[in-house]
Design a protein around this ligand. Structure first.
Ligand code: 1PX
Length: 215
């Protein structure tokens, strides 16, 4: 983190990419979804190297999806909906146990999707928090209500230790690059409904196809 070529994180940019995610018919463009995640990873990296094990897993997932997008069947990966249809029709998903498709788009996106729920819960807490609330508490509460149930003990332990290293509320709001705290809070108020909508559309799609527990 911190090299000059690296673009600085800005919450506005991430918000814009999540906006561009949704088509008129409420399909989710994979390219923009992934771009939104790249922005979040930039923020995470700017918070310190202790989060490296988290951001490298996110980057790994992002890269798998990009490889599908750029692959020979890339046209089938334009939206999350088309990806799900394509992979299911062609038996490209390990449905109940790990097998020959450990890097399916469906299971890979599911990991990010679950993390998006954490993000939603965390940002909502941040948005409504008072000046002396602790970001680490908000973060671990959000985690315990979402992602943690999908993680084995050792990951939960490591995540818990990382949460203790999160900057306090003022520094955290500053890192969003939006301006003074009131403006960050306002921006979060704009961003959250979008993030929730993208989350909910994916959630409905995945549950309709019984993809919630992909190994
Ligand atoms: C606008 C401000 C928001 C702050 C930005 C934070 C971006 C967070 C990005 C988190 C992405 C995490 C993806 C995790 C995906 C996952 O669950 N992977 C696990 C399972 O994968 P597998 O392929 O084995 O089935 C994998 O085991 C994960 C390992 C890494 C540890 C994940 C800990 C997740 C904690 C999430 C909270 C991030 C806290 C950031 C502090 C601001």
């Amino acid at each position: 983190a911190g090299t000059e070529e690296e673009e600085k994180f800005s919450l506005k940019e991430v918000l814009d990419t999540f906006k561009l995610c949704l088509s008129d018919s409420k399909e989710i463009y994979l390219e923009q979804y992934v771009a939104g995640w790249r922005g979040l990873v930039r923020l995470l990296n700017s918070l310190g190297s202790v989060f490296g094990f988290i951001s490298s897993d996110a980057v790994n997932k992002i890269n798998i999806l990009v490889a599908h997008l750029k692959g020979e069947n890339g046209s089938r990966y334009v939206t999350v909906q088309s990806m799900v249809a394509y992979e299911l029709e062609n038996d490209l998903v390990d449905l109940s146990k790990r097998g020959s498709h450990p890097e399916s788009g469906c299971r890979t996106l599911l990991r990010l999707h679950r993390a998006l729920r954490w993000l939603e819960l965390f940002l909502e807490r941040l948005r409504t928090s008072g000046e002396d609330s602790k970001t680490s508490t908000m973060c671990s509460e959000a985690y315990n209500e979402s992602l943690s149930r999908h993680h084995p003990w050792v990951i939960r332990k490591a995540a818990g230790m990382a949460f203790c290293m999160i900057p306090g509320r003022p520094a955290f709001l500053e890192a969003m690059n939006v301006g003074p705290p009131e403006q960050v809070v306002a921006k979060l108020g704009e961003a959250l409904p979008l993030i929730s909508e993208v989350y909910q559309i994916t959630e409905d799609l995945y549950s309709r196809h019984s993809l919630m527990d992909l190994p």
